[in-house]
Design a protein around this ligand. Sequence first.
Ligand code: SR1
Ligand code: MG
Length: 407
Amino acid sequence: MDYEFLSAETVASYIRSKPELASRINPDKITDVNEVGDGNLNLVFIVTDTDGKSIVLKQALPYVRLVGPDWPMTPFRAEREAEALRIHGGFNQELVPEIFIYDPERFVIGMENLSEYRVWRGAMIEGLKHDGVASQMGEYVAQVAFGTSVLGMDAEEQKQLMAKSINPELCKITEDLVFTEPHDDIGRNAVLPENENDAQEHANDASMIHAMGEAKWKFMTSAEALIHGDLHTGSVMVMAKNGDEGESLSKAFDSEFAFYGPVGFDLGALWANYTLNASRGIALGNEDHANWSLSLIDETWQGFEKTFRKLYESRIDSRVWKAEMLEDRLNQWKADAWLFAAAKMSRRIVGLAKVADVEQLEPNLREGAARGILNLARSLAKERHNSTSTEHFVKLAGDTLHHFKTG
Ligand code: SR1
Ligand code: MG
């Protein structure tokens, strides 16, 4: 794929060539261009002018940045991201960044700079509590679940949107890294030597393999809504209303994995990442923060359920979709979230693309956190047949992570 990559030197002329951008920032008075892409895939520039105006330019590279040109990856993912952000922003612009332009020739998205926000994962690692965000993310998932499903859209339009929204290459990353490679290492997995046995046990656990087979099937076949597709805490920006923490605003970003998939996948991703953060708190003896991180599981669910119940009242077709259908969907999504959370937490321990919450622990502490998460994932996959309450999830998580704590 041949197109010009942006660089700090070419950003000004790029902005000059795009009226939608030049009306928001003066290309002749740019003071700063910072490349801040810390994700696994793209270039991200924050551009500021002398008047303090700023925008973000995000460009998809034709390969996976984390690995390099040896792993080619379609840059058309930028189109999927721009579309998802536009559609999701149509439900609630407060909860996603605003898009100014999508450039299909160079796969660039020009969007709002959330300079006063920060990435939630980093804030959680520092032990900061951004209150209300977990509920807002539940609300976001519910608005997307309703608004892009046949409950909130005309059935024919919904099918057109579904057809436009296929994202096979990015889905394949998830199918491989999340559901398959933890049980079939093709050379991308790695753990501490002290966790080799844990990874082996996890890889060979027949009931976990069965559960992950079911999770992968759901991921590949349940085209329920235009989900975010990668809603971990590194895909959420947060801003405290006063100071560094407390009551906060938030935005879900980085939606390049968006596709028509199972609603429970986004919920499970959030739950898994709250739990990964709790494993850090427990490893460091920061019980207060660990309890707070685990409390977010129910907070997200409550935000989701409350919003979805309200939206369901305005479903466009209520002829056979009655009250029972609502209860069935909520029960199903909660059970799915358990399953997907198990998948999403264990892949971050054994597979490619780990998370700083655990990786930045000293090895003697990381050993127990990693062992705890792998054992928890296996228990979650089994226990979901007994109870799928958030209380049960949190109790299992707290007990298991404490049991395996090291250091
Ligand atoms: C090769 S991309 C690795 C991971 O980064 C993204 O955030 C997704 O989680 C993906 O699995
Ligand atoms: Mg990402």
